[in-house]
Design a protein around this ligand. Structure first.
Ligand code: SIN
Ligand code: FE
Length: 299
């Protein structure tokens, strides 16, 4: 399990694919990811073209969404600008998406053909000074879990690249290992109200059924963010990711918060726990063991 003082593992790769010029491209690091490490590549940059550099402004956002996202159906959300601008933005995010896919295929041979690419995003807004409700406040430590997007036990693997042009790091905090966090919060967990999943679904608050797994992960997310004493005093570390750095994490497992920075790319992948190298490390299994019951409906 990743201890806080060596939670970040750094690798020298400077190409997304295994370029012949690279002496020892990193591969076979599933065990580190699954143990809760942040895999960090300080020399793995996402390079914008001269024309794309005009997108390095918050004005590319439509002002409603905080991210510009490219969905897996190819649609672009959250962008301002004319059709030409939007096409070029889409191309830029799609290129990042392909490079992220190339990277994960190389890093994680065990997951090959099993990772499902979900949305990719470009995040042009400055983190500092952003207003949000406590529940959406990602400057508070959390594991990723979303009220409207049940995942049914599926893992969230994320690839991030800082593309800040002015030398500003993406400033994160990372917290204690998930199993320790889970032990600490276990006494506060309460079961779903019977019938509530059907109501949430009928009201379209959730896009699919909120399973017991999703219920407990959302509780963990919410209770951690709401606990200001935990936020202040929990075991944690600051980690800065400089521009030109790419990092990869299971964001449903690594406790994280973003404290500062601007301009970042992100790609999300889904992975079924059964396709992990060590499925027993999945939050699903840890929660099921802790609670002594199945947390997904029978298939
Ligand atoms: C998050 O996933 O909590 C946000 C990460 C970031 O914006 O750097
Ligand atoms: Fe997050």
């Amino acid at each position: 399990m990743a201890a806080l003082d060596d939670i970040v593992r750094t690798f020298p790769d400077s190409a997304w694919d295994a370029a012949p010029s690279e002496r020892a491209p990193t591969t076979g690091v599933e065990h580190l990811l699954e143990a809760g490490h942040v895999l960090c590549f300080p020399q793995l940059a996402f390079v914008l073209s001269e024309r794309e550099r005009r997108f390095l402004t918050p004005a590319v956002s439509d002002g409603k969404a905080k991210n510009i996202s490219l969905r897996d159906d190819g649609s672009l959300r959250g962008a301002s600008g004319n059709a030409q601008d939007q096409n070029e933005l889409r191309d830029m995010i799609a290129r990042f998406s392909r490079q992220a896919q190339t990277l994960v295929d190389r890093l994680f041979p065990h997951y090959r053909g099993r990772l499902r690419a979900a949305k990719a995003s470009y995040r042009p807004m400055q983190v500092e000074g952003r207003q949000s409700s406590w529940r959406k406040d990602d400057t508070r430590l959390h594991v990723d879990a979303f009220p409207s997007n049940p995942v049914h036990g599926v893992r969230l693997l994320r690839v991030f690249t800082n593309i800040n042009p002015a030398g500003r790091p993406r400033q994160w905090r990372v917290g204690e290992p998930f199993p320790e966090f889970l032990q600490r919060f276990a006494p506060r967990l309460t079961p779903p109200v019977p019938g509530s999943a059907a109501v949430l679904r009928a009201l379209r608050i959730t896009k699919s059924q909120r399973t017991a797994y999703d219920h407990y992960m959302l509780q963990l997310h919410d209770k951690m963010k709401a606990d200001l004493a935990y936020q202040r005093t929990a075991p944690q570390r600051d980690v800065d990711f400089a521009p030109g750095t790419t990092w990869v994490v299971f964001s449903d497992q690594v406790l994280h918060a973003v404290m500062g920075g601007q301009y970042m790319m992100e790609q999300t992948f889904y992975l079924e726990p059964r396709h992990q190298l060590y499925p027993h490390t999945a939050p699903l299994k840890l929660l099921e063991d802790l609670l002594g019951k199945a947390l997904l409906p029978a298939a």
